[in-house]
Design a protein around this ligand. Sequence first.
Ligand code: FE2
Ligand code: FE2
Length: 134
Amino acid sequence: MLWWSDELKIGVDTIDEQHKGIFDKAEDILNLEADSKPFAVKKMYQFLLNYVATHFKDEEKVMEGIGYPDLEEHKKQHIYITNELGKLVDKTIKEGITEENIDALKLLVIEWLINHISESDKKIAVFINEKKSG
Ligand SMILES: [Fe+2]
Ligand SMILES: [Fe+2]
């Protein structure tokens, strides 16, 4: 899903705030166009690069702390997203802000929200709840 809802909370405030943060940015990202102000596009890339660096590290710490069984597989997905974003930044630096590059960015973020946050991150919440109910 492309909007934030409490159902997506994993119950760890920092992580939930970070997740809400990327959902809040989604609309701005989807509104980017090849002729958007280069400054706005650059700012968005900077936000995303910062975001993946902090958020993935914080989330992995949480998973380590609770003994999350699928940590390694989950980390691979984080590496994938980080790498794809990095490749896109390099491509945009080389080629400029093209429609193709903007579309690729949108697709990456949509996949991230739908397949990663709404599926893989959600599984962390399921694990935490199972643990609580013993
Ligand atoms: Fe996450
Ligand atoms: Fe994650």
